[in-house]
Structures are given as C-alpha cells and as structure tokens.
Design a binder for this molecule. Structure first.
Ligand code: HGY
Ligand code: MN
Ligand code: MN
Ligand code: MN
Length: 397
C-alpha cells in the first residue's frame, strides 16, 4: 500500500506547484494525467477521456448504475500534496486491496479524475464536473480565458478534444449510479474527533466574484495626491471590508487571495486593479448578505476615489447536503465513523445534484490546506484506503 503513497508524494510534490502549474489542460496537468493513465492501465483498468476532459478508468465494462470513485489531480498555486491526489491514489490503492481480497465488482465500477477542480487556470472551480453535469453554460465555458488569454476552447483543442462537444454528458451521467470521493480533510474536525476517517455531511454555499476597479494610470512621482484616481485605494478597502463583513455573519468566510494591478509597475499608478473575492457561508442568504455588504463598500470606496467598479459573479453554488442514506450506509459499513461538514468545495458537491454522492475524509493533523503544510499521516492514509475499499466493496457486491 505504501507504494502508491510514495507515488502520492511524487504526484503531490510536483515541483511545478507555483504559478499556474498543475492546472487544467496545461503541460504539468497533462503529465499528471499520463501518470494516472499509466497507473490505471497497469491495473488492467480501461481508461478513456470524456468530452469534457475528465478521465474514466473502468474496472470491467462501462455500464448503467455504476459505482464511481475518484477526485482531481490539479492544484492551487502553492498547494499541498494531498488535496486531490489523495483521492485518486487511494482509489487506485482500493482497487489493489479489493483484488487482493479476491473481490471483483458485481456492477460497473470506475475511477474518475475530474479536470480543473480548483479553477486555478480558467477561474471556475470544479469545471470538469460542472461541464459533465451541465451546471455551467458550455458557450460561456468555451469563452473562459486563462491569465495568458488562452480560451478554454483553445486549451481543450490543444489537448486533443473537440471544444464544440463541451457540456452536459448524458452518456456519462446515465451510467453514474453512485459517486464516492475520498479527500484529505481541509480543517481539523477529525483531529478534534480523534478519528482517522469520517464521512461528509455538507459543503458551505460558495461563490467567486471578480471586482474590476478602473482609475487613471499615471506617474507615481509626478502626480500630486489630489490629482489621482488610483484604483488600488478601493481595492485595498475591499480587502478589509471582506474580513469585517464575514466576521459579522456566523460561520461565514470571505477571502481575497488574488489582487492584480495593471500594469503593475512599482512607480506606476495602476489603470485597473482586479480583485477576486471568495465568499462562503452556511446558506445562500448569508453568503449573499456578505457579498452585498462588501459590494456596497467597494462601490462607495471607488466613488470616493473617482474610480469605476464592475462586479462579475464567476461561480456560485448553494449549500450541498450529501445523500443521508448513502452517508449513513458508508458510516455503517465503517463501523460508525463520524459525519462532519466542510468549508471546502469538491467535485462531489457538483455531482451531489445529479446522483447519490458521498465523501470520505482522511484526518489532516495540521488542518492546513491550499498550502505546503497540508498533511496526512501514512497510517491515516492507509486507513482511508481500507475504508474506501470497504465501502466500495459494500456498494458493488
Ligand atoms: O476552493 C475549494 O474549496 C476547493 O478546494 N476547490
Ligand atoms: Mn482544493
Ligand atoms: Mn480538492
Ligand atoms: Mn520614467
């Protein structure tokens, strides 16, 4: 079992984790997909890429009412080694363990790798699963652009897919009976519960908004303060407003992780500043209240500085409650592991709208994620593989 955990270290510790590496359809991502294809083929799984760039590795013939497990291999800039890869490697390990126990699934079974889960390249999280489920407009998706101005249509064409076929995949959805995703926990719930493995109960409502502040580009030295229309001022005000607005709503989170001045010279007053807001809360009314509060303040701050502001909602998803029957079936099969909520989004959260879906979490002793400190102990990773094999055996017997 440690073989693939070492492989996880290789996959997850991909040195190109800064910048835009390990994102949908880019070179590093394609190399990781080749790694998965080789690992799955070595196990006798039949691998194919669906119209949206998601990878499917079938154990036996594809068919209706399939049990599917998997996760993603892409990452955030500077992400940890476990977010995504742990679910993919554990799925491959679970196949090995089921086989070692002499088990062969009694129904169609597949391991899936979803494309662009982090939305790190094209700005929409869970892009591959949203396209599959038909919860994003395919024309809007084709027009998404990466920081270099490459459109999704161009990127998928370069990866050998037909951009015109992006969108809801009736065949793949028709085959999907149940989906189970194993993921490293992003938080310390299992640490507090002193449990190596748990099942997910819900995911916070979550959206991503892009604010563009437009002022007047000018010289840092030659422009008197009173003559400026500096978009950096309302951008800075937004960052503070995000913290205050989230603090005022129980359980809400608001984050500015990315702020891009244009042109970005240290002796240049910016012409525009783009600010991305990530906001989450227990339900949509609270999430919207946080974003409305921030938007109102940003609009006032822009007017005070003689700047314009535009706001674009790049993605939004309501609170996800996982299928209680499937959740409880997994917990029962595992002898009663705890159920816990998560503030992190997942492909399972997208599929939960289409088929009975569940998640297994593996303890993360630091609780930290989307950073190099993200961690899971080998013994907890092994417990996760055993748990995944157990529930998959139960579901496919
Ligand atoms: O942002 C998230 O919650 C997930 O990691 N995509
Ligand atoms: Mn993530
Ligand atoms: Mn993830
Ligand atoms: Mn000069």
């Amino acid at each position: 079992m440690t073989g693939s955990l070492d492989a996880l270290a290789g996959v997850g510790a991909d040195p190109r984790r800064g910048g835009y590496s390990r994102h949908g359809f880019d070179r590093a991502d394609l190399e990781l997909r080749e790694w998965f294809t080789e690992q799955a083929t070595r196990r006798g799984l039949d691998v194919h890429t669906d119209r949206n760039g998601n990878l499917w590795a079938w154990w036996g013939a594809p068919g209706p009412d399939a049990v599917v497990t998997g996760s993603h291999l892409d990452s955030v800039p500077g992400g940890g080694a476990f977010d995504g890869p742990l679910g993919v490697v554990s799925a491959l390990e679970a196949v090995d363990l089921m086989r070692a126990n002499g088990f062969t699934p009694g129904r169609p079974f597949a391991v899936v790798v979803f494309a662009e889960e982090e939305g790190g390249r094209f700005g929409v999280p869970c892009l591959g699963s949203r396209l599959l489920a038909g919860t994003i407009d395919p024309d809007a998706a084709r027009r998404l652009t990466d920081p270099d101005g490459v459109t999704l249509a161009e990127a998928v064409a370069a990866a050998g897919l037909d951009p015109a076929r992006l969108g809801r995949d009736e065949q793949a959805l028709g085959r999907l009976g149940r989906f189970v995703e194993l993921h490293v926990e992003q938080g310390k719930g299992l640490v507090d519960l002193a449990a190596p493995v748990g099942v997910a109960s819900s995911i916070l409502a979550h959206g991503r908004w892009r604010f563009r502040f437009t002022g007047e580009g000018n010289h840092a030295g030659a422009t008197p303060i009173g003559d400026r229309r500096d978009p950096m001022l309302p951008a800075a005000a937004l960052v503070g407003a995000a913290r205050r607005a989230a603090r005022a709503v129980d359980g809400a989170r608001a984050t500015v992780g990315r702020l891009v001045p244009n042109p970005g010279g240290s002796n240049v007053i910016a012409s525009t500043v783009d600010v991305w807001l990530d906001a989450r809360a227990a339900d949509t009314p609270r999430a919207r209240a946080v974003v409305d509060e921030i938007t109102a303040l940003a609009t006032t701050a822009a007017a005070d500085e003689g700047c314009e502001v535009t706001v674009t909602e790049e993605s939004y998803g309501d609170t996800v409650y996982f299928d209680p029957a499937l959740r409880d079936r997994l917990a029962g099969a595992l002898g009663g592991v705890p159920a816990l909520p998560t503030g992190a989004g997942h492909d399972a959260g997208i599929l939960a709208g289409a088929v009975p879906t569940a998640m297994l979490f593996v303890r993360n002793p630091t609780g930290v994620s989307h950073a190099p400190a993200e961690h899971a102990e080998p013994r907890d990773c092994a417990a996760g593989v055993t748990a995944l094999a157990t529930v998959l055996t139960d579901l496919t017997a």
